[in-house]
Write a protein that binds this ligand. Structure first.
Ligand code: KIV
Length: 280
């Protein structure tokens, strides 16, 4: 368990002290409780829940109501772990006012400690407006899944000079706008390391290499809960999907063979007198 409450200040200090930040996504109370009992520093209620929890093909259909619901569930399982909630597609794209109102809902109703939004320099006025409302902001650049249609798919970002320069510029402007943390997704390792050196706020990488100040993974990915192909940057730290399927099959087998439930062990008693009475 994180021994003391993680805050924007403690997370910033981890970068200054050279301590790596370990983050995972989280979408429900039970998983949040398990994470709270582990050494994870912060969780993200990502809009990836559209895919992992709701079965959509991408994150675009996720609503503010979905995000608030899952963030509130997660918050009830956490004590010291820092909670970031994603702003879903079209919840901050229209105006600074819309962005502040929706960020406020994630804090007031979703009980998040900070919000995350996707986008670089173009979104600096949104970041500034939310920070001015005293809400900490995590920015997200590189492969930003809400731009899947504009990007033409999920692709590594920043491999050529102009796009790499754009990402460095984005990172600096985002820092100036007041974001306290920056997510770098699917960015070449050396570029992510350069960005990490150039800015004072912690960078959290996903598919961005070990030079970032911290890492985040989708928890179902790192627990190997999918049958499908995992992205290159995913490492399986356990095979929970296989364990769950084995347990489901074993349960089904025991039910069908009548070896579960076991009388006395998994059942409740009733007195013989009551049974006699019922048979009359
Ligand atoms: O939605 C999400 O889970 C994310 C992470 C992949 C960083 O944004």
């Amino acid at each position: 368990m994180a021994l003391k409450k993680q805050t924007v200040t403690t997370l910033q200090k981890m970068k200054t002290d050279g301590d790596k930040i370990a983050m995972l996504t989280c979408y429900d109370f039970t998983t949040a409780r398990l994470i709270e009992q582990s050494a994870i520093d912060a969780v993200l209620v990502g809009d990836s829940l559209g895919m992992t929890m709701m079965g959509y093909e991408d994150t675009l259909p996720v609503t503010m109501e979905d995000m608030i619901h899952h963030s509130a569930c997660v918050s009830r399982g956490l004590k010291n772990t820092f909670l970031v909630a994603d702003m879903p597609f079209m919840s901050y794209h229209i105006s600074d006012q819309q962005a502040v109102e929706n960020a406020g809902r994630l804090i007031k109703e979703g009980h998040a400690n900070a919000v995350k939004l996707e986008g670089g320099a173009k979104y600096c006025s949104r970041i500034r407006a939310i920070v001015d409302a005293q809400i900490p902001v995590v920015a997200h650049i590189g492969l930003t899944p809400q731009s899947v249609n504009a990007f033409g798919g999920f692709k590594v970002q920043g491999r050529n000079v102009s796009r790499a320069r754009e990402l460095i510029d984005d990172a600096k402007k985002i820092e100036q706008a007041g974001a306290f943390m920056l997510t770098l997704e699917c960015v070449p390792e050396k570029l992510a390391s350069l960005i990490t050196e150039e800015i004072a706020v912690p960078t959290i990488g996903i598919g961005a290499g070990a030079g970032c100040d911290g890492q985040i993974l989708v928890y179902q990915d790192m627990l190997d809960m999918y049958d499908g192909l995992a992205p290159k940057f995913v490492k399986h730290f356990a095979h929970i999907g296989r364990e769950m399927k084995d347990a489901f099959n074993e349960y089904s087998d025991q039910v069908k063979k009548r070896s579960f439930p076991v009388t006395g062990e998994h059942t409740f008693k009733i007195s013989d007198e009551v049974m006699e009475e019922l048979k009359k």
